[in-house]
Design a protein. Structure first.
Length: 78
């Protein structure tokens, strides 16, 4: 596989291994996540599977999820 970098075409990461952990009744507009072999996490928009992938370290994703659980991202909902 080629070098994996932030903003790369998500389709270049393949079609297997993408999950919709945040799926809901929003008409199919979901965030999809893939755990990469080196432990990083790729995110993409389900309505644009060949669009850009955002690549995060495990630490970055852990920090974000813990912060969201603690209410630190609630400002995004208003």
């Amino acid at each position: 596989m080629q070098d994996i970098y932030n903003g790369m075409r998500a389709g270049d990461l393949g079609t297997e291994g993408w999950y919709k952990p945040w799926s809901g009744g929003n008409g199919g507009s979901c965030v999809e996540a893939m755990k990469l072999a080196d432990g990083r996490i790729a995110l993409r928009q389900s309505t644009d599977p060949d669009g850009p992938a955002l690549i995060y370290t495990n630490h970055e994703i852990t920090t974000f999820i813990q912060g969201a659980k603690a209410g630190q991202a609630d400002f995004l909902l208003s």
